[in-house]
Design a protein around this ligand. Structure first.
Ligand code: GLY
Length: 387
């Protein structure tokens, strides 16, 4: 029997009280963030001086705001969240029209809200948006076995670990069309990622550069982490959650084993305060943290927990709770001084102004994790799943 995290949570009155408190606080804060979003004409991402900071349509984080709104709609039943999701979904059509400038991040940009809307309401425009985005991602596949991450001359052979979280849009496309091509592409990329990105100890490269003509490994720069060979914690979190999702969609045992290996590494590296450093191999000083890595990993660990037998699941479940509770206790801002919740997200180790900022996908994964504890199914990454 697999681990039942909802039953486990419901059986613990102290934990249930905290989860209930989080639901109320999220409702108040997200309603405030929504009010602030309606004062501007751009998509929320990070904040500055108490306001949402301007971000352009086409940026990879664009989907997280409407996706958070769907999660809040599911959690509270309040129509204002659904309306905001629908309003902002349309803003993204400009990015689809400008498809040449899209990167591999189209799963983040469309599956997690348009895919959810299609699953809940069968909206045909939402379906078209997700399928179009999946075609764009499939078109980035290099037959040497990887999906190209970014555009620009010289980056033809660049792939990044984050792409594991974009693969669910390809699994979705195979599910809805009945055509296996999308899933085959996703699995080729996941297979390559297991070999080229995940190291024997469970740590991961952020970027791998392949020769685009023959697929030979050329280099592994440090990317958003400290340096080549270090261990960017958000990259580890993408791998942990991403391989879990590939297992869920395909049943391939090696993906589950890889997700566990990365999870064990992640948990072994986190400090006693349970707030991940930006890079697990960064120097002790400065002490840079990343709440986004923590919340992504926590939501991934909850998913991993419900994939495995009861005796195994508890380990992942308890680690997830420790991260969620520690980050909430030490880094959350529930006031109206800022439009988002988590304050110690870091865009990249060497991006100095991007250290300890708000990034709304840090919030998204927290909302998602609280939803899971309350019984929500895995909507964003597997919208068509029956249960
Ligand atoms: N490259 C996506 C991220 O910052 O996690």
């Amino acid at each position: 029997m697999s681990f039942d995290l909802v039953k486990e949570t419901a059986a613990n009155p102290e934990l249930m009280a905290w989860v209930g408190e989080m639901k109320e606080k999220l409702d108040a804060k997200m309603a405030y963030g929504l009010k602030k979003a309606n004062e501007v004409d751009y998509m929320p991402y990070s904040s500055e001086n108490g306001q949402w900071k301007e971000t352009h349509i086409g940026w990879w984080t664009n989907g997280f705001w409407p996706a958070t709104m769907w999660q809040m709609f599911r959690m509270t039943g309040k129509d204002l969240y659904r309306e905001e999701a629908v309003r902002t979904e349309k803003m993204l059509d400009k990015a689809l029209q400008d498809f040449k400038n899209l990167s591999h991040d189209v799963g983040f940009m469309w599956l997690i809200h348009s895919g959810v809307r299609y699953a809940l309401e069968k909206n045909p425009d939402s379906y078209d948006r997700v399928l179009y985005a999946a075609e764009v991602l499939a078109g980035r596949f290099n037959p040497n076995g990887f999906i190209r991450a970014w555009n620009g001359k010289g980056r033809e052979g660049w792939a990044i670990i984050d792409c594991m979280m974009n693969l669910p849009i390809l699994y979705w496309a195979s599910e809805v069309t009945g055509d296996p091509r999308y899933q085959l592409i996703a699995m080729k990329h996941a297979d390559t990622s297991m070999k080229a990105f995940v190291r024997p100890d469970g740590s991961c490269n952020h970027i791998v550069i392949f020769d685009p003509d023959d697929g030979d490994f050329l280099d592994n720069p440090g990317g958003q982490g400290f340096e080549s060979g270090s261990s960017w914690s958000r990259g580890q979190a993408w791998a942990l959650y991403g391989f879990t999702l590939s297992y869920l969609h395909t049943g391939k045992q090696e993906y589950l084993d890889t997700a566990k290996r990365v999870a064990h590494y992640f948990i072994s590296q986190i400090t006693d305060d349970w707030v991940p450093r930006c890079d697990f191999r960064q120097p002790a000083d400065p002490d840079i943290r990343d709440n986004a890595a923590g919340n992504i990993a926590a939501s991934g660990l909850l998913e991993l927990a419900r994939m495995v037998p009861e005796c195994e699941g508890r380990f992942y479940y308890e680690a997830a709770l420790k991260i969620l509770r520690a980050q909430e206790k030490t880094c959350a801002d529930w006031t109206e001084a800022t439009p988002a919740v988590f304050t110690k997200c870091t865009s990249a180790y060497h991006d100095l102004p991007g250290r300890h900022i708000q990034m709304n996908y840090g919030d998204f994964y927290f909302v998602e994790a609280i939803g899971k504890l309350l019984g929500e199914k895995l909507l964003a990454w597997y919208p068509n799943r029956e249960n």
